[in-house]
Design a protein around this ligand. Structure first.
Ligand code: ZN
Ligand code: ZN
Length: 360
């Protein structure tokens, strides 16, 4: 089970940082470190064991999903007592918490429960750092989630036609992927047609698709907590010369960036490769966001592919490449692929076609 190696890895990081124990109430990190998917619970990573404190609603589920973790059931009023006991028995004097992933109220509550015996140490990015590189179990789920998104794209091509609304397209996509086994939508889908395509984040609206429009679809699904994220832009019925030009510039920008990707390349270099191409084609100003992002248990996570990124890509990272051009009043094009970074190259996760498809 991979969670054991994740727990060990986090212990190594804690030791390196001079920390003794780690506490999280974040559902994503609880799941990542234990396998438990309940909506409430406190995960404690102690030097010798991992403990999951849950209330009676989750005891059975926690035992089933987190076999490598000692499950402690508590009655609500005894939460503080059980927490103190677990930390005291482990002999720790301080515990690290995730300042970006707990509320201020809970932080104060922890201090009240634990002080003065045990110090509460706010930290950032401990687990996020680990999550940057995916292990085989994660890659297995990500491949499936991206495959489902590809199937969704293939399905929706026959649904898109003049007269349907953006919202109907989004709903059909979600319905299809859920019927195929997705847990849910990865995020509220973007379906942006015609001049709405100029909105990089144009959520599906009641607008009706019309002949001669480009439609940008940015969507994905969630599978056992892992997300897919794909964008394709298609033309309804016909395409103008300008639309084709913009499309080809975006497609080529993506190819330029992809051709660079391998372990050791920086997020900034990849971004610049795509950006330089769009500049050359006269669309430099029209590419108004960063090139890509990590994807996994969250849709947007580290590393980042952007002009400001300091990240260096490593074997096992999963990142998107999504150049776009947005022209006010006219529309837009975005094409998004995802890859697994490998030494000397990458494995493509998004296999949907990238030539401009005319549908409807
Ligand atoms: Zn996307
Ligand atoms: Zn994305």
């Amino acid at each position: 089970m991979k969670v054991l190696s994740r727990q060990e890895e986090l212990r190594r990081i804690l030791r390196r940082e001079g920390l003794e124990a780690f506490l999280t109430v974040d559902p994503i990190h609880r799941y990542y470190l234990s396998g438990f998917r309940g909506s409430e619970g406190t995960l404690l990573l102690l030097p010798e064991e991992t403990v999951l404190l849950v209330d009676g609603r989750y005891t059975l589920q926690a035992r089933e999903q987190a076999p490598h973790t000692r499950v402690v059931e508590y009655q609500r009023p005894q939460y503080g007592e059980e927490l103190r006991k677990a930390l005291r028995e482990a002999g720790v004097e301080q515990v690290a918490v995730e300042s970006r992933r707990l509320t201020h109220a809970f932080f104060l509550q922890l201090e009240a429960i634990l002080s003065p015996e045990i110090g509460v140490e706010p930290r950032e990015g401990l687990v996020e750092g680990l999550r940057r590189k995916k292990d085989e179990e994660e890659l297995f789920l990500l491949r499936q989630a991206f495959q489902l998104a590809d199937e969704g794209f293939r399905h929706i091509l026959s649904f898109i036609r003049p007269g349907v609304t953006e919202r109907e397209v989004a709903l059909e996509l979600e319905f299809f992927m859920r019927r195929q086994g997705a847990e849910g939508a990865a995020f509220p889908f973007i379906v942006a047609s015609g001049s709405r395509g100029a909105l990089p984040h144009g959520l599906a609206s009641g607008k009706v698709l019309e002949e001669g429009e480009l439609v940008t679809l940015d969507f994905g699904c969630r599978l056992e907590g892992y997300h897919s994220d794909i964008t394709r832009t298609v033309a309804v019925k016909r395409v103008s010369e300008e639309q084709r030009q913009v499309y080809e510039a975006v497609r080529e920008a993506g190819e330029k960036a992809l051709s660079l990707l391998q372990a050791g390349v920086s997020g900034k270099e990849a971004d610049e490769a795509a950006r330089a191409h769009l500049r050359e084609k006269g669309y430099g100003e029209a590419f108004r966001h960063s090139l890509g992002h990590g994807v996994g248990l969250e849709v947007h996570e580290a590393p980042s592919l952007s002009f400001a990124s300091t990240d260096i890509l490593e074997d096992g990272m999963v990142v998107t490449v999504e150049p776009g051009v947005y022209l006010e009043g006219r529309g837009g094009v975005r094409i998004e692929d995802a890859v697994i970074i490998r030494p000397g190259g990458y494995e493509l996760l998004t296999l949907s076609p990238k030539e401009l498809l005319i549908v409807g």
